[in-house]
Design a protein around this ligand. Structure first.
Ligand code: ZN
Length: 302
């Protein structure tokens, strides 16, 4: 069994998350400057203009992440293909395998669904943010109008409250608590905004890698793989070292889909990948023992 260094997608993840960081920070700074109240010179805020700026900035952000997602997922899929080929010894190294695949057998339609899924999941975050920010703008504009009216009435106490709310400090607090807030994903899980985007990108990159590997396994006919080990302390840990059939082509082994369907491994944020190999006969005894142990858990769980 050849040991190929495990893929590291940190750079790709960071590149995409950087668009979010920059985009959200721009909006945060802009909204504070646009909404801040000058008690000595209160003016009517141009609500429509501010709402359009939010749309435009988030639109820009979406465009940038769209491009990067396509590129990163494609690379990751090709890397998965190469990983399979290098693991079974079809190429001397991972880089040699990547070079050969990039110029020949890559099929973009294999990951189109994954690309659009990822994009949709990330839009879920930007659209959620857009909705919250717009509501905040409307509320804030409402307050500044109220402030103008109160001043004419000479009602200082409520005026002071609004002054505090629409100060730089007050706006910063509302933006953080009501604007850039966490979201509940399609599966009903709660996430911090930044953790959510991070989870989506990370999960899909690993998934693209595994899909590339499974695709190539179908082509090569080497269907068996071992689940990677990094001593995970969640439910995944129980599956480390287990041998699975990638595409259901080998009798007597649980398939990738069956194992994934437990929800205990290959879940969001899961870092486990699979290592292809040629023949069970040649696996060291310790590796086979670990497989038996994992298999025991899988078959006897409730
Ligand atoms: Zn895992």
């Amino acid at each position: 069994m050849r040991l190929i260094p495990e893929p590291n997608y940190k750079r790709d993840v960071n590149k995409i998350l950087e668009h979010f960081r920059v985009g959200y920070k721009d909006l945060y700074n802009y909204l504070i400057s646009a909404l801040i109240l000058d008690p000595n010179n209160p003016s009517i805020k141009e609500e429509i203009y501010i709402l359009r700026r939010i749309e435009a900035r988030l639109g820009e952000l979406e465009k940038m992440i769209q491009g990067d997602i396509k590129e990163s997922l494609t690379d990751s899929f090709i890397n998965g293909q190469a990983y399979h080929l290098a693991s079974i010894g079809a190429y001397a190294s991972l880089s040699e395998a990547v070079k050969n695949i990039a110029s020949s057998s890559f099929k973009v339609n294999k990951i189109e669904a994954l690309i659009s899924d990822t994009y949709d999941d990330l839009l879920f975050a930007t659209q959620n943010t857009s909705r919250h920010l717009k509501k905040l703008v409307r509320d804030t504009v409402g307050k500044s109008i109220q402030y103008g009216a109160l001043r004419e009435d000479g009602r200082r106490t409520i005026g002071k409250i609004i002054e505090a709310e629409l100060s730089s400090k007050g706006l910063s607090k509302s933006l953080k608590e009501q604007g850039f807030v966490g979201i509940i994903d399609k599966a009903g899980r709660k996430w911090q905004l930044s953790n959510y985007s991070d989870m989506v990108v990370r999960t899909k990159l690993v998934q693209a890698h595994t899909e590339g590997l499974r695709y190539e396994a179908q082509e090569s006919g080497y269907d068996l793989a071992i689940i990677s080990t990094h001593n995970a302390d969640d439910s995944c840990g129980k599956y480390e070292g287990m041998i699975i059939s990638l595409n259901g082509g080998t009798k007597g082994y649980p398939t990738y889909e069956q194992v994934k369907a437990t929800g205990e491994i290959f879940h969001p944020n899961c870092r486990h990948i699979v290592h292809s190999f040629r023949d069970v006969e040649f696996l060291p005894k310790s590796v086979r023992e670990k497989d038996e142990q994992a298999r025991g858990y899988f078959e006897n769980r409730n």
